[in-house]
Design a protein around this ligand. Structure first.
Ligand SMILES: NC(=O)c1ccc[n+]([C@@H]2O[C@H](COP(=O)([O-])OP(=O)(O)OC[C@H]3O[C@@H](n4cnc5c(N)ncnc54)[C@H](O)[C@@H]3O)[C@@H](O)[C@H]2O)c1
Length: 445
């Protein structure tokens, strides 16, 4: 631009002279002018690209711990709006305690499988419940919307947002002094970690820290119960798995992020006096379940006549799971909330030692996956097209079996539903929710 100005200033004002010197001078002038134009448009173009990226990336103030590796809808939801008097009223109404000795609970992952059941159970007994979920598309978000619709009918409002959005979390604690947080939001699934490792770090590590940060600064601090996983036992082969067993050999990134969560929980308990209870769930199943889990997609594929891949361990070893019915898990969650002591800190300062617990929540009776398929065949009245495959080394373990003595003693946890009974309830729900062809029949039940 400076150069251009110099030459323009030097253009002779007499038209005749311009004519005389035309060819070499004008040619050079035109060239200089084009260069200036090119520079101008390039700057404008780069500026627009920069603006586009700044707008599509979550702002650092509202999501100080987030990584830009979530699913598309995670990013979309970060841009979603919240706040305003109507929104605050909905938050307050949903969180209102309606029973003597009730608690007010922020349930993260409330549109998820376990989150929906826990939220409904809390609401039923008169507790205040507010949900939070980013409705990501790890599996069909329509299923999450259907669960949301059901919860809304029972008076539970689910705020659409991300646990990495610390401004949103702070706002929620400004509006409601939650006594408890039931933290179930996470990137679940073992195999998907090989496709999208960033989503596990984003939700299970960064998101957990974001939540603990806000909880530690809240006044009063809530007590926190959160979902770890049986997958932390990893390559441990001493069965049944007890809370005292080693958990330093995770077999998947999912397991590693849950294990990291347990260590992070220890830190926040130690430094800030947060009361934290971690629950190691063992293969939860039931109505409104997760479509990425074997019992769910086996059902779909048996009905469609598609092959069912069944994994075998080395030397045709049985692969078995300690399948746990969702209502039993809910009882364990409620038992944990009810026995959780208060956090001891306030406004980010610890005042004394606080409770730190970890429990297995399983069924204590592992069932071979082949038996699971046989039960489904009987319930669906259709033979499965079984394909036996060697278990790939992509994060799955061969066997899970929970020792639940600690949860029995401390929480009064006692699972009562066997796999046959639980699957019967799941299949009944599945058939009423989906058509036999596997396509969605009803969106709001
Ligand atoms: N279902 C099981 O068998 C099982 C076993 C062990 C542990 N768990 C753990 O239990 C919890 C609940 O599992 P589930 O089976 O209900 O899974 P789910 O995927 O159905 O529910 C998780 C919910 O969290 C939401 N979510 C994910 N990341 C989020 C984020 N960053 N911000 C806000 N919301 C977010 C999702 O949209 C989803 O609705 C998870 O922590 C999971 O790791 C489940």
């Amino acid at each position: 631009m400076t150069q251009l100005k110099t030459h323009q200033d030097g253009i002779p004002s007499t038209p005749g002279k311009i004519k005389m010197d035309r060819s070499p001078y004008i040619h050079r002038l035109r060239w200089q002018f084009s260069l200036a134009k090119l520079t101008f448009w390039s700057c404008l173009f780069l500026g627009l690209i920069l603006l586009f990226f700044l707008r599509s990336t979550p702002s650092s103030s509202s999501s100080s711990y987030s990584l830009s590796s979530g699913t598309d809808s995670t990013r979309r939801s970060l841009a979603s709006t919240w706040g305003g008097p109507d929104w605050e009223k909905r938050v307050r109404d949903s969180s209102k305690i309606r029973s003597h000795n009730g608690i007010s609970v922020l349930v993260t992952g409330a549109a998820g499988f376990v989150g929906t059941h826990v939220s409904a159970a809390l609401k039923r007994r008169g507790d205040g419940v507010l949900g939070l979920d980013n409705f990501n598309d790890y599996y069909d978000p329509k299923l999450k919307r259907s669960r949301q619709a059901r919860l809304e009918r029972s008076g539970v409002f689910i705020v659409e947002g991300d646990i990495n959005d610390s401004a949103l979390l702070k706002k929620l604690f400004d509006v409601v002094a939650f006594t408890h947080v039931m933290h179930l939001a996470a990137q679940a699934g073992v195999r998907y970690a090989m496709q999208n490792p960033g989503s596990y770090v984003n939700s299970n590590i960064a998101g957990l820290v974001s939540l603990f940060e806000v909880c530690k600064s809240a006044n009063p601090q809530p007590s926190i119960v959160w979902a770890s996983s049986s997958s932390v036992y990893g390559l441990n082969n001493k069965v049944p798995f007890s809370e005292r067993d080693r958990t330093d050999q995770p077999a998947s990134l999912y397991a590693a992020t849950k294990k990291a969560g347990e260590e992070i929980a220890h830190t926040y308990n130690h430094i800030y006096g947060l009361s934290i209870t971690g629950l190691r769930f063992f293969t939860v199943y039931g109505p409104w379940g997760r479509p990425d889990m074997a019992y769910f997609f086996f059902t779909r594929d048996i009905l469609k006549g598609k092959p069912i891949p069944i994994f075998e361990g080395p030397n045709h070893g049985t692969v078995a799971r300690d399948f746990t019915y969702v209502d039993d898990i809910v009882k364990g969650c409620l038992g944990s909330l009810d026995t959780a002591e208060k956090s001891t800190g306030s406004g980010g300062k610890k005042k004394g030692p606080a409770q730190l617990r970890i429990f297995n929540l399983g069924n204590t009776s592992p069932v071979p996956v082949t038996t699971l398929v046989s039960i489904l065949e009987r319930l669906l009245k259709k033979k499965a097209n079984r394909v036996m495959l060697k278990m790939p080394r992509n994060g799955d373990v061969q066997f899970t079996h929970a020792n639940i003595t600690l949860a029995q003693t401390e929480l009064g946890y006692k699972p009562t539903t066997d796999l046959q009974t639980g699957l019967k309830k799941f299949v009944r729900w599945y058939l009423s929710y989906y058509s036999d062809s596997g396509s969605k029949k009803r969106s709001d039940e």
